[in-house]
Design a protein around this ligand. Structure first.
Ligand code: ACO
Length: 708
């Protein structure tokens, strides 16, 4: 038995492989796997295992893995679920490093106990498990096709990790149809042990892999995935398609591979934070991977559109805005570059319109002008089939130009036309040229390329994500408050405790004090200044308004006296057994923009922060951005800018801009509190009232929960 976990390299580059359940029947999965391994010309040792013995495809069949004395790196297991555990035990005892369990019938159908048993045994013996409920693994580097999918997987530069087996097999076919080769494809199924994280570690260092696509249904360990992705995306572009966006989809995903989909909005924001490119569909992800794995990165932000039609040019301009593709704006430079090649009645403003009468020679000249100018960093070349459009000439022009210049700068093409043009586009695409019938599809690939480029640029400028260090919060005081609450066996903070905690974090709250009698109430109100609000203080009364324990907008002493008496009387009559500790007198908070800031330990991703439009409509508007901690100031600013209601903070209809800096400070402070105070599970300010620039923010209501 080994004393430590095996290197993931052995899963992708095994020297010897056993197939447990190698069948004599060509229609069975166990036979298919052996056949695929042999067809793929795997150079290592292959050991088919079947108690019946005999021979399969010319190989000696061993009756048990125990008969094999040589070292085995990978054992593929394709026998019924009820006998898998015995096989796992034998593998582990025989020193197998990785068990690739094809078999279904575990946690995805509720048989979690059996699955956990396999993993526990394997881990105890330092064997790792891929699956169960998978189609296997293909690794180009090892010429290994240990799947029961297609036997001829074209080699290439794209790696795929798929949680769905059937979809993964279909993807092998689909990438082949699009002439996109694979460096690896791994089915992770129930992710009982190995998940995306460890596979990514290998793939980012594999020189054959240029882009990675992941199909995810649920996440087992979001915190580790987050950490891995942060680093992985700095080395290779990673595209993710995640299902389970809708409620029904999430339920379907849970029953498919037995893992929780998690809140989709949180997933999306955290993927973006990690630099992962989230595609809407499988097709979009494949388009992106094709471009990301072959195109050079743009040297800068100056993208030009070259077109023979105004309409398609406008469509592409819209698409550029949607996908974040930066269009070149320097009209003077563009005039210098294109005047010679664009007819007088065309346009040298971006989009460069060479007009409907443009010939393919005109296309060639314009593209070459753009390619040879250092001011231009990427090209979107479009066209509509017009009279005299020769599909053959069209194909040869695009292919010749692309082949000659594909390494110079990013280029993408989109043409609209009849069947001959569509046929040509299909053929060109199959020859590796990024050309699309749909303009939006073409531009979206550039959106991915630019997003990856920005991600690398930002990383080069700012480095890895760091902890929040700039916020000064008195962690000692905060932990003292929390310890006192814990000693009282309470899992939430009372209003005055939350207020003390906010003070220690230097987050402003409305001025207030607790009064025990009428005299103190009057004095407190005078000191704070009218108008004031009053709230009963009692740990027995949670919903204060419901029992008449709250009075708002009290303008003078008389109103304060009446309100005090009414509050005490209401509470005594509604809840006669409640212990009333006093009444809180507080300043009446002025109206501002109501926002919400929360920090909590998410089930999937661990500590996260949220910011959004607050108040009573928060549930309806759902205008919230999320980030995994730690975050720095730049990321907190990005969170604020991300919400749809951001213009409200900039000031609308002549209103002054709001104090965005204080909002950002508060986000960072809540993040810092959660990071430094282990016992807090959830902290939420709603509303955080935001005032004009320089006037700060006020945390009107704060809710703090402790971990159980
Ligand atoms: N060790 C080795 N071989 C054994 C053992 C053992 N202990 N016990 C039995 N075998 C042999 C059998 O004799 C048989 O060989 P034979 O055909 O020569 O007699 C072979 O192993 C297979 O066993 P069967 O009982 O015939 O099992 P079968 O092939 O019908 O099913 C399978 C096994 C494929 C693993 C099935 O249980 C299963 O889980 N199918 C679903 C697989 C799947 O879909 N995976 C999920 C993802 S991929 C996707 O979704 C498309």
């Amino acid at each position: 038995m080994r004393v430590k976990d095996p290197d993931i390299k052995y899963l992708f580059e095994p020297q010897a492989i056993a197939v447990i359940g190698a069948s004599h029947n060509p229609n069975k999965i166990g036979y298919r796997i052996v056949a695929n391994i042999l067809n793929g010309e795997y150079p290592g040792q292959v050991y088919p295992i079947n108690p019946k013995g005999g021979e399969i495809l010319g190989l000696r069949v061993y009756q048990s893995i125990e008969e094999i004395t040589e070292e085995i790196d990978v054992a593929v297991i394709a026998i019924p679920a009820k006998i898998v555990f015995e096989a796992v035990k034998k593998c582990a005892k025989n020193g197998v490093k990785f068990a690739v369990i094809i078999t279904s019938g575990f946690s995805e159908i509720g048989n979690t106990e059996e699955e956990n048993k396999l993993v526990a045994y394997a881990r105890e013996h330092n064997m790792r498990i891929l699956g169960p409920n998978i189609f296997g693994i293909y690794s180009n580097k090892a010429s290994l096709n240990a799947t029961f999918g297609p036997s001829d997987i074209p080699p290439g530069n794209i790696a795929i990790i798929s949680q769905s087996g059937a979809l993964g097999i279909a993807l092998i076919g689909k990438t082949k149809a699009a002439n996109m080769g694979l460096s690896a494809i791994i089915s992770v199924g129930n992710k009982s042990d190995l998940a995306e994280e460890e596979l990514l570690e290998y793939l980012v260092s594999d020189e054959r892999t240029k882009a990675i696509m992941m199909y995810i249904e649920g996440i087992k360990d979001g915190e580790t995935l987050d950490t891995t992705l942060q680093m992985a995306t700095k080395k290779k572009p990673i595209v993710v398609v995640k299902s389970g966006r809708s409620k029904r989809g999430a339920i379907a995903a849970a029953s498919h591979t037995g893992s929780l989909a998690g809140a989709d909005e949180i997933f999306s924001d955290i993927m973006t934070q990690c630099g992962v490119l989230r595609a809407e569909s499988i097709q979009e992800a494949l388009n992106w991977c094709q471009v990301l794995s072959t195109s050079p990165l743009p040297a800068g932000d100056n993208c030009v559109i070259i077109t023979n039609g105004g309409g398609i040019g406008v469509l592409a301009t819209d698409a550029c805005e949607k996908y974040g593709v930066p269009l070149y704006n320097d009209i003077e430079t563009m005039q210098n570059i294109f005047t010679e090649v664009v007819p007088d009645f065309g346009s040298v403003k971006n989009p460069i319109d060479i007009t409907g009468q443009a010939t393919f020679q005109d296309y060639g000249r314009t593209l070459k002008a753009a390619l040879s100018s250092e001011a231009i960093h990427s090209i979107i070349c479009l066209g509509c089939e017009v009279a005299g459009f020769d599909p053959e000439l069209f194909s040869t022009t695009i292919e010749t130009l692309f082949s000659a210049h594909k390494l110079d700068k990013p280029m993408v093409f989109s043409f609209v036309g009849g069947p001959k043009i569509e046929e040509s586009i299909y053929c060109l695409k199959a020859r590796g040229i990024p050309i699309f019938i749909n303009v939006y599809e073409a531009v979206s690939t550039f959106g991915a390329l630019y997003a990856h480029h920005r991600n690398l640029r930002e990383y080069a400028e700012t480095g890895a994500r760091t902890s929040i260090i700039e916020q000064e919060i008195e962690s000692g005081t905060i932990n003292d408050i929390l310890n006192q609450v814990k000693q009282k066996n309470r899992q939430f903070l009372l209003a005055y405790e939350a207020k003390e905690l906010m003070q220690a974090a230097k987050i402003p709250m409305p001025v207030s004090s607790i009064a025990q009698n009428l005299d103190e109430v009057v004095k407190a109100a005078r000191k704070i200044g009218y108008p004031v609000v009053m709230k009963v203080v009692s740990k027995d009364i949670i919903h204060k308004s419901d029992v008449g324990g709250v009075a708002l907008d009290l303008e003078n002493t008389d109103e304060v006296i009446d309100a005090y008496q009414a509050i005490i009387q209401n509470c005594r009559s509604h809840m006669p057994n409640a212990i009333i500790e006093g009444v809180e007198v507080a300043e009446m908070v002025q109206v501002g923009i109501e926002t919400i800031i929360g920090a909590r330990r998410d089930q999937t991703f661990g500590p996260i922060v949220a910011f959004g439009l607050g108040g009573i409509y928060v549930e309806v508007m759902k205008d919230v951005s999320f980030r995994a901690l730690p975050i720095d100031r730049k990321e907190a600013i990005a969170m604020v800018k991300q919400i749809k209601s951001y213009p409200l903070l900039l000031g609308v209809r002549g209103e002054p801009q709001k104090d965005i800096g204080s909002v950002v400070d508060t986000i960072l402070k809540l993040g810092a509190i959660l990071e430094r105070c282990e016992s807090i599970s959830d902290i939420e300010i709603n509303p955080l009232m935001v005032y004009a620039q320089g006037k700060g923010v006020k945390a009107v209501d704060v809710r703090i929960l402790l971990s159980t």
